[in-house]
Ligand binder design. Structure first.
Ligand code: MF3
Ligand code: CO
Ligand code: CO
Length: 254
């Protein structure tokens, strides 16, 4: 128990790590197109982070064997980049990048639309972004994680979609994953207290159909990847956000 706020110097380091992670996603934009494999995306992301002096936090994390996560269509999260998965017209993909720089972790993900994507898929993707953003807007100094989840889930269910419950955001900073858990559903004033000058991620996973998922092992790793149980689409956006004494600051803006 007990979250230790970041010092000004630590906040500066967090800002740098988050800048690199966000810039990686922007850099990938021109490459994430039909015909590229998710393994190539993974290598491009790593090259970019290296050029900026950062390391991928994912590689070796609980045995995870890649630099990023690439979650295509019905993959909810932690999709494993591989040479056989080639993006094709109509796909949607989340690329999740965590940069480790100077001892601090910046964690962000976004969706990319491949060629002609159906209106339904576009709407899901747009909703996932909005779900993250209404969650972030609910952050107040000394507020609760439930404030975030409440707003996210309200938006998602209104649209007729479902938010994944057991997987969500987390504290981040000196460690990749730390307290508190940041759910994508909840009640206002419930959950864990937010701590000024501590960072959290807001990263709702929004499913077209059921919020249930099936898990798959990644060989040699205790990290699992998840697919929607009904095979319908899933979308996710993630920011790292600094809680401040007056509100919040998003550290992974594009
Ligand atoms: N970046 C993911 C998150 O948002 C975690 C990936 S862990 C890995 O929390 F090992 F799969 F890379
Ligand atoms: Co995260
Ligand atoms: Co992430």
């Amino acid at each position: 128990m007990g979250i230790k706020p970041l010092s000004l110097d630590e906040i500066k380091k967090m800002t740098v790590a988050c800048r690199i992670a966000a810039d990686t996603l922007t850099y990938l934009e021109k490459y994430v197109k039909a015909g590229i494999s998710t393994l190539e995306i993974d290598e491009l992301a790593n090259d970019f982070m290296q050029t900026r002096g950062a390391k991928s936090a994912c590689l070796g994390y609980h045995g995870y064997p890649r630099y990023t996560c690439t979650s295509v269509n019905e993959v909810v999260c932690h999709g494993l980049p591989d040479a056989q998965t080639i993006l094709k017209d109509g796909d949607i993909i989340n690329v999740d990048v965590t940069a480790l720089m100077d001892g601090f972790y910046g964690d962000t993900s976004r969706m990319y639309l491949i060629g002609n994507v159906s209106d339904d898929a576009r709407d899901l993707v747009e909703t996932a972004m909005l779900a993250r953003d209404v969650g972030i807007k609910a952050i107040t100094p000394n507020g609760y994680t439930g404030d975030i989840g409440f707003e996210t889930n309200k938006l998602v269910t209104r649209k007729g979609y479902s938010a994944v419950k057991e997987i969500g955001g987390h504290g981040v900073g000196r460690k990749f994953h730390e307290e508190p858990f940041v759910p994508s559903f909840g009640k206002k004033g419930k959950g864990d207290r937010l701590v000024p000058f501590h960072c959290i991620t807001v990263e709702p996973m929004v499913n077209q159909g059921t919020d249930e998922y099936v898990e798959f092992n990644i060989p040699g790793s205790s990290i699992k990847y998840y697919n929607t149980a009904d095979g319908l689409l899933s979308a996710q956006y993630e920011h790292t956000v600094l809680v401040t004494d007056t509100g919040y600051e998003i550290l992974t803006l594009p």
